[in-house]
Write a protein that binds this ligand. Structure first.
Ligand SMILES: *Cc1c(COP(=O)(O)O)cnc(C)c1O
Length: 360
């Protein structure tokens, strides 16, 4: 056997939700924070039309997607890079800026892929404590060392769903050393209450990256598109480690059309927020204390991990697959993606009933 690089052998594989083990003929996934409805019909039509040119490599400069983004957002002087999902951008940022002796810092219950991408780049990964499941700017600042090169904040956070205000991010940036790059991952930014556009103003300082994705509010998780706003010099170095033909033509066309259909995205956002708030209220009525969410999912703490497993089993018997949280160090929690209203009513009903029939 040829052995892989030692740092790769030492790391765990990234864990996606386990949808195959569902013991139900027609399981419904509330496990991966996908959109509660299909993508904009305009995005689907654009993807279909693009199939005719599939013999050719895709546009390496993502021209149509970039102009849709620049027409929609105030991107200022930022350089935009697009990725096969924002996960690809995260990986490339790590490959370009982290590595042996060049650590990545994030907060305790942050996006698990930050760790995977950091370790794959051969970097050390450091987690700073949170306060009440919220990112703590003071804890992050306290955990910066001379080895820190990247600081990653998902805002709103996954799996917590909590958010910190732009002013807190600005205070973080202002107090970080100049040689540490800040990555603000706004995968759920469209769901912030109240609605806020991307925090692109932070990029002009030259040391901050802001990432967004088409996988959540735009409903294109299956096509793989994300984008980021970068300082020009940082973009140059990150682009070197991207796949030069990273986003397929059908995806680029769909993503551009989806960005141009802001009305459709806002309708998805509004429906999601409505269903989320009703689901949260139903859980509270059942005596639970779900975290206050700024995303399209809710993190639900239970009395202990046995109760979380009991509730999860009841949901699974009814074909509803939530995300278990042991891998995040939160074994007493389940994370529920917000789906259509009927599904969420059913989920809340099953959760409330299973609390009552719990053993012991
Ligand atoms: C879902 C998610 C992403 C998006 O990944 P894609 O590769 O764009 O699908 C990025 N960051 C966080 C925190 C997420 O939860």
């Amino acid at each position: 056997m040829i052995s892989a690089n030692p740092h790769i052998r030492a790391m765990a594989a990234y864990q996606l939700a386990d949808l195959d083990s569902a013991r139900h003929p027609t399981p419904v996934s509330l496990a991966e924070n996908e959109s509660l409805r299909p993508p904009s019909p305009k995005a689907v039509a654009a993807a279909r039309a693009a199939l005719d040119t599939a013999a050719l490599y895709p546009d390496p400069n993502w021209t149509a997607l970039q102009s849709a983004l620049r027409d929609t957002y105030d991107t200022g002087g930022a350089t935009l890079l697009c990725g096969a999902g924002s996960m690809e951008l995260i990986s490339s940022i790590m490959r370009s800026y982290a590595g042996p002796g060049r650590d990545v810092l994030a907060s305790a219950y942050s996006y698990a892929f930050f760790r995977t991408a950091a370790l794959a780049a051969g970097a050390g990964y450091v987690a700073a404590p949170e306060e009440a499941h919220r990112v703590s700017v003071d804890q992050l600042l306290a955990h910066i060392t001379p080895a820190t090169r990247l600081l990653c904040v998902a805002n709103p956070g996954n799996p917590t769903g909590t958010a910190i205000p732009l002013a807190a991010l600005q205070r973080l940036r202002a107090n970080m050393p100049d040689d540490v790059l800040l990555v603000v991952d706004e995968a759920y930014g469209e769901f912030l209450d109240p609605y806020q556009p991307p925090a692109l103003s932070m990029v002009s300082g030259g040391r901050t990256i802001v990432l967004r994705t088409l996988s959540k509010a735009y409903g294109l998780a299956g096509l793989r598109a994300g984008w980021g706003a970068f300082p020009e010099e940082v973009a140059r170095e990150v682009k070197k480690t991207l796949n030069p033909n990273n986003i397929g033509s059908a995806t680029q066309a769909a993503a551009a059309a989806a960005i141009r259909d802001q009305a459709y995205m806002h309708a998805t956002r509004d429906e999601t927020v409505r269903n989320r708030d009703a689901f949260t209220a139903a859980l509270q009525h059942a005596g639970l204390s779900p975290l206050s969410s700024h995303t399209n999912f809710v993190l639900i703490p239970f009395a202990d991990s046995a109760m979380a497993r009991h509730v999860d089993a009841a949901l699974q018997r009814n074909g509803l697959i939530l995300r278990t949280m042991a891998g995040y160090g939160l074994p007493h929690c389940l994370r529920a993606t917000i789906g259509p209203a009927k599904v969420m009513t059913e989920a809340a009903r099953i959760i409330a009933a299973s609390l009552k029939d719990a053993p012991g």
